[in-house]
Write a protein that binds this ligand. Structure first.
Ligand code: 3HC
Length: 311
């Protein structure tokens, strides 16, 4: 029951052609991209908050500079992704309004608190590690502007992941108290990181269509498995213990068996009931309201300039 246009479009996708902004696309394709790219952009912006929390308390000037640069990178990723979404005919104002009203989501992970300096290590190592696992395949996604944004973003994300792991190495090889902080950060952030990949495949509503359109390149469970397989040896190298008593190498599948996160908790966080949802969204809404005078001034200035233009 596909129209001739839809059949031709699917043919282009199947031949790995990139779809560009002004070209014909099914409405569902456009909508799915706006949802995914928009949520991704929101995640980058809201994702600045848990780390911003530690900029003023970084243990050394060097650590402060690195963290500041990293948080600025996230802002850049967000703006870059909003631009990619705008090529689909949605304005940035509308996307922000939909974030602020709670209509659009951002990644569940950013609704967890960052309690100690070791969390800066664990966020870089696990959260950015999970983000890259998802974003590297998205470099091949079918929509041109999204795919090109991912190429640049992945380069910076991999630096973020390494800086996080470097903090973990320092902490895990430090004093017993530092090692304990590192273990505690891993304990708290392990399952929330696994949740970043989305619900298990049987509960993922969008995966089948998004993969047919190559908006998504892998299923949620495929990427979660790859993340666990990559991360467990890194935890072992740190001398830390992944907080999963059922974690076990499975020779036959060539990967680890592991416990699923608590999906009830995941859906609660999605509904706005996670530990920091209100604080995070509140901070974004406040930033938007506090910036109103500046936006008004820019508009007034632009109008004045336009009215002065010689006729
Ligand atoms: N947090 C919040 N919502 C989530 C979620 C998560 N971890 N995982 C899934 N969901 C939501 C989906 O958005 C969807 O809800 P919706 O219909 O209201 O949009 C619902 O749960 C069902 O899940 P699906 O598996 O059907 O949804 P998707 O096909 O969209 O898959 C995804 C989810 C894998 C996250 C996919 O959207 C994706 O690959 N997105 C791009 C990557 C991204 O957004 N990353 C953000 C996290 S990290 C980051 O960018 C910051 C970093 O730099 C620190």
């Amino acid at each position: 029951d596909m129209s001739p246009e839809e059949i031709a479009f699917q043919g282009r996708i199947d031949r790995n052609e990139k779809i560009e902004p002004k070209e014909w696309m099914p409405e569902g394709y456009r909508k799915t991209l706006i949802r995914q790219i928009g949520q991704h952009a929101h995640s980058e912006i809201v994702g600045q908050l848990p780390e911003g929390n530690w900029i003023t308390r970084a243990p050394t000037l060097e650590r402060k500079q690195i963290l500041l640069a990293k948080v600025q990178d996230e802002a850049g990723h967000g703006l870059y992704l909003y631009c990619a979404a705008e090529t689909l005919g949605v304005s940035r104002d509308e996307l922000l309004e939909r974030l602020h009203s709670g209509d659009m989501k951002y990644s569940s992970i950013f609704n967890y608190p960052t309690l100690t300096w070791a969390d800066m290590g664990a966020v870089g190592w696990l959260v950015d590690g999970a983000a890259i696992m998802n974003q590297v395949p998205l470099q091949r996604t079918s929509y041109g502007p999204y795919s090109r944004a991912m190429i640049r973003i992945c380069k910076e994300e991999s630096f973020h992941q390494r800086q996080g792991y470097a903090i973990m190495m320092k902490m895990a090889n430090g004093t017993p108290a530092q090692k304990k902080m590192a273990q505690d950060a891993l304990n708290r952030l392990w399952y929330p990181s696994l949740m970043m990949f989305g619900p298990s495949d049987k509960d993922s509503v969008h995966s089948a269509q998004s993969m047919a359109w190559k908006i998504k390149m892998n299923t949620n469970d495929e990427l979660r498995q790859k993340f666990v397989d990559q991360t467990v040896p890194q935890a072992e190298y740190l001398g830390l213990t992944v907080p999963d008593p059922d974690l076990k190498w499975n020779e036959e599948k060539g990967g680890y068996d592991f416990s699923e996160p608590d999906w009830d908790e995941f859906y609660q966080v999605l509904k706005g009931n996670g530990p920091c949802n209100k604080e995070r969204l509140g901070a974004r809404v406040k930033a938007w309201e506090d910036g109103a005078w500046y936006r008004d001034a820019m508009v007034a200035h632009a109008k004045k300039k336009a009215s002065r233009r010689p006729v």
